[in-house]
Design a protein around this ligand. Sequence first.
Ligand SMILES: [Fe+2]
Ligand SMILES: [Fe+2]
Length: 380
Amino acid sequence: MSTDEQILGRSSRDDLRAIIAMSNTDIDEAIHVVEDHAPAIFTWDYEKGRRPALNKLYEKAKHAQWNGETDLDWSIEVDQEYFAQVISMMRQQQMDAAGLDLSHTPFANWGEKEWLQHAMENQNWSLSQFMHGEQGALVCTAKIVETVPWIDAKYYASTQVMDEARHVEVFAKYLDTKLNGHYPINAHLRMLLDDIIADSRWDMTYLGMQIMVEGLALAAFGLAMNTTPDPLLKQLLRYVMSDEARHVAFGVLTLKEFYEDLTSAELLERQEFAFEAAVRMRDRFLQQEVWDRMGVDVKEAVKLFDTPPEVKNQDPFQQLLFSKIVPNCKKLGLLDANDGWLRKRFDTLGVTQFEDWVDTGEEYLEMDAVTADRLAAEGA
Ligand SMILES: [Fe+2]
Ligand SMILES: [Fe+2]
């Protein structure tokens, strides 16, 4: 059994100094190479539908394809400055409510202009990380097509490759044509994606990507969709989420079957990987690159604005991001295996409360925005 220090590479999970010390220094890197260490697997068993739930998902995916160029209304004007103003005002109110005193800090001289710029950088950063995460999903799913031994899973994964290409495409287009800047990939997100790709065991790609990264993305996209005042981004996220719900279901349905035959020791390795992924995803929310670009000392800014761990673990926004991951981990048996090893870790993150929320095995049927829109258009 590994210690938390061995899993995370730092002595304390909430050590801000160690988290910030990890930053992306290859900002001009154009190509990033990761060894994937995995054998490509053929199967000669072509019986379609041997796994009915995966077959149903594959058939659904074939009908739910959409076109990022034509199904989204790119003629919608996006007034980034106005949206940033709305966000900046909300932030100001939060700071006032918290009684934050910024005199004698690097922010003492910041006025409306700087806070507005900061809000725009925030948007650029968030959408950039969504885009990089989508490319991670594209590469992971291509790997799954190669490495999974079941034909129904290869078929389904191939549809997800197309979905992820579309997601990278629409986020890149939104960034290029509607916002005013890009960010390179966050170091914590890159480390997580590298770890997922580098693992030789095919089920680890599913756990890292479909359960952890996409589980968090599904919750984060939902929060962004409900709060953004931009109708184009709302539409884009609604369509992306419609695909993501299938992707998470793919992970749940596949791993449910595979984990039934694993030993406790093998399950523990999966639990440790899930915990590591959860912490890496939390680390990236410090948005350290935004402070850096705004020309302020990152350590001071994070110390000032990052909620202390004991409070952060009670932050409803941070917690909600885990609202898909936790019930799915429970369904897979990861929460309670090995005397509740992962449950204890999730308890300290304050997220176990979601364990009985609906898991994502079937949710994709309700979230199918593409079919719903087509039926509405036919009826009109
Ligand atoms: Fe995606
Ligand atoms: Fe996805």
